[in-house]
Write a new protein. Structure first.
Length: 185
């Protein structure tokens, strides 16, 4: 989906904008995903040396989600800077197209400034307005306190837990399954 940009403000008063990712964002999205793999290895499954992120993969995700009728790739931009991104991927088939899976990240240098919350709020507004979507779902690791707090504050509830499913340097994490209903009926 393509959504109209919305104006937002960081906690320190600096403005930014959230809108759907366009082809012009591909380079900066790639940079952010590559950096995230090395700076936030505990928030992602593949390690940097296991899967490389290519410009083709980012370009294809961007165009796929722009054309999707039940998915969106949102970016938070401030001038030339990409502050963060959020993907909502709706199910491909008739039996699952009412469910979209959320994934996100905010640039390490601008965390705790309200960018993550603004991205989640924008995504939930998009999902609420999308007639195909009833449920937004996500998976988060049990040691990811920041993301857990953000999602709980946004109304996501824990639906299940896969104990010890992720082997981290600090020990095994659980994968926590969360979801939030967005259907209006
Ligand atoms: C999780 C993440 C997206 C949060 O983004 P952010 O822009 O820093 O979040 P916000 O500033 O909008 O914070 C919103 C709320 O989230 C919670 N939160 C954010 N960072 C937190 C932290 N370090 N510790 C505890 N709670 C935190 C708080 O409830 C916060 O509200 P408050 O600041 O009023 O207390 C960011 O830390 C990130 O990109 N992490 C790495 C990637 C990742 O974990 N993605 C999610 C995978 S499921």
């Amino acid at each position: 989906m393509r959504v109209a940009p919305r104006s937002c403000v960081r906690r320190d008063g600096r403005p930014f904008e959230i809108g759907s990712a366009e082809p012009r964002d591909i380079g900066r999205l790639l940079d952010q995903l590559v950096v995230a793999r090395t700076t936030d290895p505990a928030a992602d499954v593949p390690d940097p040396d296991e899967v490389s992120i290519t410009v083709q993969a980012v370009a294809s995700m961007t165009s796929e989600l722009l054309e999707s009728s039940n998915g969106v790739l949102l970016v938070a931009r401030a001038g030339d800077d990409l502050l963060g991104s959020l993907s909502l991927r709706g199910g491909r088939y008739r039996k699952t197209k009412h469910v979209a899976k959320l994934g996100m990240r905010v640039d390490r240098g601008v965390r705790r400034q309200g960018v993550g919350r603004a991205l989640v709020e924008a995504a939930l507004d998009v999902a609420q307005a999308c007639p195909l979507l009833d449920i937004v779902t996500l998976e988060v690791f049990s040691s990811n306190d920041a993301a857990l707090a953000l999602y709980e504050a946004a109304g996501f509830v824990v639906e299940g837990r896969r104990a010890g499913f992720v082997r981290q340097d600090h020990g095994d994490d659980d994968v926590i399954l969360m979801s939030r209903r967005v259907a209006t009926t």
